[in-house]
Design a protein around this ligand. Structure first.
Ligand SMILES: NC(=O)c1ccc[n+]([C@@H]2O[C@H](COP(=O)([O-])OP(=O)(O)OC[C@H]3O[C@@H](n4cnc5c(N)ncnc54)[C@H](OP(=O)(O)O)[C@@H]3O)[C@@H](O)[C@H]2O)c1
Length: 340
């Protein structure tokens, strides 16, 4: 049994980590402001703001944990301050980074040896965007935490509770009976179930070692078309998908990745969104459940959460989708097929 402190712990990945840690027999403390989500039953809940050093000092007073799992570090300066405070109160720091910390992603294939963005460990949030700041956060932990440091950089995470809203958007669209889809459908994707990631992180906590690992579903998981077919099957829909060329989508100012979630065009700057090496993680025991289970469980969760809204800017507005369908058909180039 390990004593684990989860920074965050009340939404998506943090909740999955706290839930899995309890199930694996660990003692779990979560630290968050009590603003975003709900606490997992069975954890010790502590409240505070990680950007406030006084709150962190109160958190650690007289305490010691085997491991800290940081699921919500986004600003290097704040992560530096936290790592300094936590240094003498924990043996192991697992920092959840991202593929976005790698400067080659998504234009080129990446593995653990690929270069990270340059970003200093004392950068504040105005110093850069999400990816470079994540790279700065990794440096912050390595520079300021005295014990063992593990950095885990996930690719795209989906599953029940997904707070970004990518898979939820597609599930709702497909359930509504129709959706434009980005050609080519045989493009391979890599979607990591949040629960598999949580188990992988906890395995690192149980066998602490300095490590730096990309975590993504292994290649060959599914194509975009197969994944949409799974969405159709889960929702019981039979959508008439309209596969549109990427040139057309780009001409129509559709924003890759976010407006049409998970759409990474084959053009150079997005070509390798799904070329994230998972070899090292698999060698260390990463196992991924069938994508069908992830899709079904996410649909079940979504149906039980009718008010769910993803992050702003995720998903295309229905009016724009209708406009694109009309324009595409007007070109006389429609190729329609069902998802099954
Ligand atoms: N989604 C993906 O596909 C993807 C891909 C790669 C990497 N990642 C990484 O995976 C992680 C996702 O974590 P997540 O799903 O648990 O959600 P998250 O949005 O990163 O974290 C939210 C959690 O952190 C807490 N929190 C936020 N600001 C805080 C503050 N100032 N002080 C204390 N607690 C604070 C929130 O509670 P309160 O608001 O109540 O404080 C909540 O519990 C992130 O590190 C992300 O960069 C995600």
């Amino acid at each position: 049994m390990k004593k684990i402190l989860v920074l965050g712990g009340s939404v998506f990945l943090g909740r999955a980590v706290a839930t899995a840690a309890l199930r694996r027999g660990h003692e779990v403390t979560t630290f968050n402001r009590g603003l975003s989500g709900s606490d997992v039953e069975g954890v010790e809940v502590t409240r505070g703001d990680r950007d406030n050093e006084g709150d962190l000092e109160r958190l650690v007073a007289g305490r010691h944990w085997d491991a800290v799992i940081d699921t919500c570090g986004f600003v290097p300066r704040s992560v530096s301050a936290g790592a300094r405070v936590l240094s003498s109160h924990a043996d192991h720091y697992v920092f959840v980074s991202s593929v976005s910390a790698f400067q080659d992603w998504p234009a080129r294939p990446i593995d653990e040896a690929s270069p990270r963005w340059e970003c200093p460990s004392d950068a504040d949030e105005s110093s850069g965007t999400y990816g470079p700041l994540k790279a700065g956060c990794e440096r912050a932990v390595r520079e300021h935490f005295d014990g063992t440091v593990s950095v885990v950089s996930p690719g795209i995470i989906v599953g029940p509770g997904e707070n970004v809203g990518r898979l939820p958007w597609w599930l709702r669209r497909v359930a509504a009976g129709g959706a434009l889809a980005p050609h080519p459908g045989d493009r391979e994707i890599q979607l990591l179930d949040v629960r598999d990631l949580a188990e992988f992180i906890l395995a690192r906590v149980e066998r602490p070692s300095e490590c730096d690992l990309l975590v993504a579903a292994p290649a060959g998981q599914a194509t975009f078309a197969e994944w949409l077919a799974l969405c159709a099957k889960a929702t019981g829909a039979d959508p008439a998908l309209v596969w549109m060329d990427e040139e057309f989508l780009l001409e129509q100012q559709v924003t890759p990745w976010s407006e049409l979630p998970l759409w990474a065009p084959l053009r150079a700057d997005w070509r390798h969104a799904w070329s994230v090496s998972s070899d090292a993680a698999v060698a260390m025991g990463l196992t991924c459940r069938p994508l069908a289970d992830t899709v079904v469980d996410t649909w079940d969760w979504l149906r039980g959460t009718p008010g769910f809204q993803g992050k702003p800017k995720i998903g295309m507005a229905s009016e724009k989708e209708r406009r694109l369908l009309t324009a595409w058909r007007g070109k006389g180039s429609g190729s329609e097929e069902t998802a099954r």
